[in-house]
Write a protein that binds this ligand. Sequence first.
Ligand code: CDP
Length: 227
Amino acid sequence: MKNKITIAIDGYAACGKSTLAKDLAKALGYTFIDSGAMYRAVALYCLENHLIDTNGVVNLEQLEKSIGSLQIEISSDQKVFLNQKDISEAIRTPRVAGIVSKIAAIKLVRQKLVEQQQALGKAGGIVMDGRDIGSVVFPNAELKLFVTASDAIRTQRRLAELRSKGEQQSEADVLDNLKSRDLQDSTRAESPLIQVADALVLDTSNLNREEQLAWALLEVQKIIEQQ
Ligand code: CDP
């Protein structure tokens, strides 16, 4: 087996990034890290500790004081822990989705999480998905993917995911959240979501899970053979 590579996957909300990243990691025996889960964990922390008010104003002073002591861990079975508490379900609620992009735009939050993400990927053999993985976290990743899907497909996928967890949200509200996060994520000053020049684009609108995985595995194979 040749060297394990680093795979960076970026894209808009609910485009299938995490599913692809998870499947790729499983097929290759690599580690999968959902960096969005880490931003969602900080967002949940802010909600639970009243660091964001009803107008969306964040108490930066307080956040700065506490961020150093926040412990965010992701287990190999993809459970997410915040200071040892399992928050895997709690970070997927519409409430968290409603504020996460605001929290993710804060420089000190990004600094802390990017540092942790880079440490997790130091040894290679990692698939990480997010918004700034190919641009900021792993700019030297051997494979960079930029995943897209139509608005209608993204909305249906996220609705199905929420319903399977017992969350009731209208189609219009789900689409609104996806679009508003896309806008915030791609227009923020700190490491906005961009499609880097060396990323391969994968439109998953008309692909099922197996098809998108097969496409990506071929790309991995090409890179490993060239090494
Ligand atoms: O799964 P979904 O596409 O809904 O989003 P996510 O990957 O869970 O990410 C949630 C939010 O975290 C995004 O909308 C971004 O605001 C932020 N995020 C980020 O800024 N940088 C990353 N590397 C990953 C997520």
